[in-house]
Design a binder for this molecule. Sequence first.
Ligand code: ZN
Ligand code: ZN
Length: 224
Amino acid sequence: MTLSEKIKEIKLLMQYAAPEEHLKKLTDLVERYETDLIALNVFHNFYSYLPEAENDGIKIIRQLKNRQGAFLLCATTNIDDYLYVSTSEEAIFLGPLKEGINDREVLDYFGFTDNKNFIEKYRDLAEFPVHIPIALNAGLCPICAVASGENHTLGCPVEICPWCGGQLTNCACKFTKSGRKEISRESHIDSFEEKLEKKGRIPFNPGKDLPGFNKLNTKVTSNE
Ligand SMILES: [Zn+2]
Ligand SMILES: [Zn+2]
């Protein structure tokens, strides 16, 4: 599904799911995230399976945590606050914020010791930032959405090759290092990934890997 198809489907779902009197405002919010699959997947999930099975709408999406391109988000609606884990592939509904996270794996993944600790930390939601579309957030890889210092998702075109310093998806190292003319099978990819890990992958560094952003930042600071 393309971005525009996804937005079209969300708007169609909203015709039935959102309260009519707020439809315009709720639709404006969806449009503000028109380039951001992470948020669009939350809207799509929410308007497909309204958590309380009554008309409702998302008024604000906050970002609580992110790790390796997975985002822990909180959607505030007219009725309650709801937790989602979202990636560029899909959003998963976790439940109301006040009940916290009952899935041990999710707690571990985002580095929470336990659910009590989680609920305590997010008692005052207003302290936490509104989710910014990935493309506008210079601290995240614009393609695979990992944060500064994290390894890219394998196959991300922004990742730098540790052998030649070129673009890992484009350079010839995957052939020379694995001694293959073609990388087509899953097992080829796994064995190349192993070699890559051994060599040491180059984590995302926004200033260095994205010279465009860097220039922009210098410009902004030199005006001060
Ligand atoms: Zn990336
Ligand atoms: Zn290379």
